[in-house]
Design a protein around this ligand. Structure first.
Ligand code: ADP
Ligand code: MG
Length: 343
């Protein structure tokens, strides 16, 4: 996703005059953008803050980087020894106490899993590990398509409904949780709280495919967010024009994948089959007022396909854009009102 500004003719002229007048006053300070890019939660994070005080911007960037590290290490990562998810995955079927933070988030994830009929299922961990697309996307040489029996065995250990959650959590032996489909959205929600608390007037945050568009810049212009073309690297299908204070997430089969001949083995699994989802889609973009919901829905709708995905997005009060393999795309009415086509 890419963002930049769009001109709005007359409004901007009036606005420029106001800016010139205000610049005459010594008390007026213009916003500056401070940018930082770093790796966290297994992905590239972009933190672009619009602030009057550059130093404050840098402090908030550091705070955000530390918070993401904490999120990963303390709660969400199945790779980090002693994180809460790691402990659950190594609980051997025993009951584990979980923090209020993780408990509340898992409950929200469960709700979306239920509404999606299991298309979103974070207990898909044994299946994702078997495919290991994340590692092979960078090193396809050693990639082997898992055997049917192996997949069938892994699938017996998938099923969010088998978890028992009553302030503590009990997970059957053999099962494992992988929060890859929702963690980046949760991170965006957490960052929003920091921006609110620190009174940052405007920001664009990207955590992999999950984005937070926050506030308004002092030029008063809307944000323009580019939706990546799933098959033409470096180009955009079109743009979303948003006012701010919203989350946008995209899940696509072009993000992490291995090509075997013409067959694309990507990282979004269908928990029913154990294979990468084949729903006729190559990407789904969701806009809503929750980072978690956006991230969860982009994955779930990708698995469900256009028709069922559309129903689910509407049921959850989110806007959705579905890009099909043949290049056609479909969107909810609310998404249409945000959409600007690539010229
Ligand atoms: P990205 O991580 O590229 O933003 P997604 O949000 O769609 O993409 O999440 C995909 C990740 O979620 C996978 O890498 C895997 O860890 C996990 N995953 C894959 N399929 C599912 C699924 N059906 N339900 C829940 N998690 C999934
Ligand atoms: Mg997702």
């Amino acid at each position: 996703m890419k963002w930049h500004c769009q001109k709005r003719n007359c409004i901007i002229v009036v606005y420029m005059l106001a800016v010139l007048l205000l610049e005459g006053c010594s008390s007026f300070k213009k916003q500056e953008m401070v940018s930082r890019t770093f790796v966290a939660m297994g992905t590239v994070v972009g933190v672009n803050l619009y602030v009057e005080d550059e130093q404050q911007g840098e402090e908030v960037q550091t705070l955000i980087a530390e918070k993401l590290k904490e999120l990963e290490n303390r709660y969400l990562s199945y790779r980090v020894e002693d994180s809460e998810i790691w402990k659950i995955n190594h609980s051997g079927g025993e009951c584990v106490q979980v923090s209020d933070f993780l408990y509340e988030h898992l409950q929200k994830v469960w709700e979306i899993s239920e509404k999606s009929g299991g298309a979103l299922d974070v207990t898909v961990g044994e299946v994702t590990r078997l495919w290991n697309i994340d590692a092979h996307a960078d090193a396809p040489e050693g990639f082997v398509i898992p055997g049917k029996e192996e997949l069938a065995a892994a699938l017996t250990n998938v099923g969010y409904e088998k978890l028992v959650m009553e302030q503590s959590l009990t997970m059957p032996l053999g099962m494992s949780i992988d929060l890859g489909a929702v963690g980046k959205g949760i991170a965006c929600d957490v960052i929003k709280d920091i921006l609110l608390e620190k009174e940052i007037p405007a920001a664009v945050i990207s955590v992999g495919g999950s984005n937070l568009i926050w506030g308004q810049k002092d030029d008063g212009m809307d944000w323009l967010i580019g939706v990546v073309h799933p098959r033409e690297e470096g180009s955009y299908l079109g743009y979303l024009q948003v006012e701010g204070d919203c989350f946008i997430a995209t899940s696509g089969d072009y993000e992490r994948f291995v090509l075997v001949g013409d067959e694309r083995y990507h990282h979004i699994m269908d928990p029913e089959t154990g294979y990468p989802a084949r729903s006729g889609l190559c990407s789904v973009t969701i806009v809503s007022d929750s980072g978690l919901l956006c991230d969860a829905l982009s994955t779930a709708c990708f698995v469900l396909g256009k028709e069922k995905g559309m129903e689910l997005a509407k049921q959850c009060g989110a806007e959705a854009l579905f890009v099909e393999e043949d290049g056609n795309f479909t969107m909810t009415d609310g998404m249409k009102s945000l959409w600007l086509k690539e010229e």
